[in-house]
Write a protein that binds this ligand. Structure first.
Ligand code: NAP
Length: 249
């Protein structure tokens, strides 16, 4: 069976950590990101550490780009049987200030992107009679001020996860979601900057509200992705696992 995993938005942050972890688990990993150069740079770090990886450029919200990149990955690394839909953006604003462009951009990357990538990869998984899809949701799916677009998309991903789990289960394909809380990445750094708070101070303030007393790291999410992408999780499907240092962030 092909041991090729695809991780979207893998040039940095959670995606880069998931890609590195799946390479350690023995997968040949395709790192997909908007910027092919940044994706390849992250792939080279994995290769330097002894893994098998390659970077690919594609906008996951673009139907043609998705079809092309999945063909390239199949030709260069083998047909993908693991897909981690991680690519994401934020365009936060209160509802009355939120533009249609910011609504559509967030829906495009998170929801349309996960739909297009899953549709493009499911054929290879069905053929193999085995597959794993992991979608990145968020605690924001439970509601978060200033994130009407993002929270709707992340809640939508939970619905997509459960429906694909029902449709694809008979082919040996499981579909699950990880819903992280506060994870210290550039995405959170951008939020801190917009609020005019230093990153360290922002993290320290958040840690006080988190039951385990610290903020999350990309590796915390990668460990759960590794479990969901592995052989041992075959009877877990349609689930949302909160990785938030407590019942919620
Ligand atoms: P990040 O550091 O901002 O990384 C996101 C990556 O996705 C970037 O490399 C970005 O590329 C890429 N990307 C954006 N749009 C794309 C597109 N259309 N096609 C392909 N790649 C695209 O974010 P992160 O914090 O690691 O978050 C990763 C995922 O976890 C996201 O889905 C996010 O919503 C979710 N999440 C994060 C947190 C958190 O606290 N950090 C919490 C809950 C959920 P560019 O650099 O070129 O923009």
């Amino acid at each position: 069976m092909s041991r090729t995993a695809v991780v979207t938005g893998a040039a940095r942050g959670i995606g880069a950590a998931v890609a590195a972890r799946l390479a350690t688990d023995g997968y040949a990993v395709a790192l997909v990101d908007l910027d092919a150069g940044a994706a390849q740079a992250a792939a080279e770090q994995i290769v330097a550490a002894g893994g098998r990886a390659r970077g690919f450029g594609a906008d996951v919200a673009d139907e043609q780009a998705v079809a092309r990149v999945v063909e390239e990955i199949t030709a260069e690394l083998g047909a993908p049987t693991v897909l981690v839909n991680n690519a994401g953006i934020i365009r936060d604003n209160l509802l009355f200030r939120m533009s249609v462009e910011d609504w559509d951009a967030v829906m495009g990357v998170h929801l349309r992107g996960a739909f297009l990538m899953s549709r493009a990869c499911q054929g290879a998984m069905r053929e193999a009679g085995w597959g794993r899809i992991v979608n990145l949701s968020s605690t924001s799916a439970l509601g978060n001020r200033g994130q009407a677009n993002y929270s709707a998309a992340k809640a939508g991903l939970q619905g997509l996860t459960k429906t694909l789990a029902i449709e694809l289960g008979r082919f040996g394909v499981t579909v699950n979601a990880i819903a992280p809380g506060f994870i210290a990445t550039d995405m959170v750094r951008a939020t801190a900057e917009r609020m005019g708070v230093g990153f360290e101070e922002f993290c320290a303030g958040a840690a006080e509200q988190i039951p385990v007393g610290r903020v999350g790291q990309p590796e915390d999410v990668a460990a759960v992705a590794s479990f969901l992408a592995g052989e041992g999780s075959g009877y877990v499907s349609g689930q949302v696992i909160y990785v938030a240092g407590g019942p919620k962030a």
